[in-house]
Write a protein that binds this ligand. Sequence first.
Ligand SMILES: Cc1ncc(COP(=O)(O)O)c(C=O)c1O
Length: 398
Amino acid sequence: MKVNSGEFNPVRSKDNFLVFGAPAIEDDEIQEVVKSMKSGWLGTGPKVAQFGQDFASYKGASYAVAVNSGTAALHLSMIAAGIKPEDEVITTPLTFCSTVNAIIHAGATPVLADVDPYTMNIDPEQVEKHITSKTKAILPVHYAGRSCDMDSIVEIAEKHNLKIIEDCAHAIETEYKGQKAGTFGNFGCFSFYVTKNVITGEGGMVITKNEEDAARIKMLALHGMSKDAWKRFSDEGYKHYYVVECGFKYNMMDLQAAIGIHQLKRVESNWMRRKLNWDMYNEAFKDLPLTIPVPSEPATRHAYHLYTILIDEAKTGISRDGFLNAMTANNIGVGVHYLSIPEHPYYRENFGWKPEDFPNAMGIGRQTVSLPLSAKLTDEDVGDVIEAVTQLLTVFSK
Ligand SMILES: Cc1ncc(COP(=O)(O)O)c(C=O)c1O
C-alpha cells in the first residue's frame, strides 16, 4: 500500500472486501432453516421454545424468553420491571441508541452516567451521583463484552432499592467473578443481530429468575394474548386466545430460532476463535501509536465482541474519520461503537445533553474504531487487518 502517492495498492482487493462483523454460518443452520421452510411452520413454534431452553441452560438462567430483537428484549424488560412515566433509569452514554430508546419507549426518562475511561463501562461513582428520588433502575451495558463492575452496581441497587436490567447485547459469554452476565439483576437482555456473537439475523432474548416476569414478557411479546397463543394453529386443535394486555409484535420466528439453535452450539468455539484474533491484534499493535483495549479485569471473562482501538490524531497523524476511510479504501470494513449518545441531535434537543457533560464517553466516541473480530476471520484476514493498520500508522505518524 502506498498512501500519499499517486499509486495506491489496497491491502485487499475490492471483490474481497472484508465485511465488518460477518457472522460465521455453517451448514447446520442452513439445513435447519430449510427444514423449517419445508415444514410450513415458519412463525413462533417449537424451535423458538427449544432455543429459549438451550439459551437458559447455557446461561444457567431459570427462564428465557425469545423475542425478535435486543431492543424488544430491553423494552419488555422495562415494562416488566414496572418502569413508568415519571421514573428515571440510569444508563451509559457509550452505547447503541436502542438502550436509551428502550427507556424512552417505556415512557421513563433516561439519565446518563459517564463511563470509566479505561474499561469504557459505566462508572458506579457516576451512577451514584445521578440517583434521585425518581430513579427506579440501572441499565448497565457490558460494553464490547467486558463485564461492568457488578459488585458496585449491585451494591448501589440494593442500597437505593433499584432494579437492574443488564444490556448484554455484547455479553453472551461474559462472566464476573464466576457469575454470568445477565443474571445479576432482574433481567438480562441479549441481541442476536447479524454482527453479534450468536446470531439469528434479527433476534433477542430476555433471561430472568422470576416465573411471572417471564410469563408476562412472553405474553407482551405477542400482542398481550393469553398463554401460549402461538399454539392456536397447531395440530392440538384450534385454541381461542384472549387479549389480556395491550402488547407488542415482538415474537421470534422458528426461522430465526433455527439459526440460533446451531449458533449457540458453537458459542464456545467461536469465542475461542475471536480470542485468538484478539490476541493477535494485541501482539501486533502493542508498539504502535494507538490505544488498544486494557487487559480483562481479574476473575472476569470477556466476551470479545468488539476489538476497539483509539485513534488520537495528535499521536497518529491521521484523524479517526481519516483512518476509517483509509481502512475502507483498503477494503477492510470497520465500525464505530459508539459516538456518545449526546452527539445525536434527538437526545440533545429532547434532554438538553451536551457531549462535553460526559467527557469520557465523548472522548472515546470521537476516537474509537472497531476492527473486524468475527469468528469467520481466517489468519490471513487478521493478517490483512494488521498490515493495513500498521502501514497506515507508520505512514502517518512519521
Ligand atoms: C449495546 C446494545 N444494546 C442494544 C442493542 C439492540 O439490539 P438489536 O439490534 O437486536 O435490537 C444492540 C445491538 O445492536 C447493542 O449493541
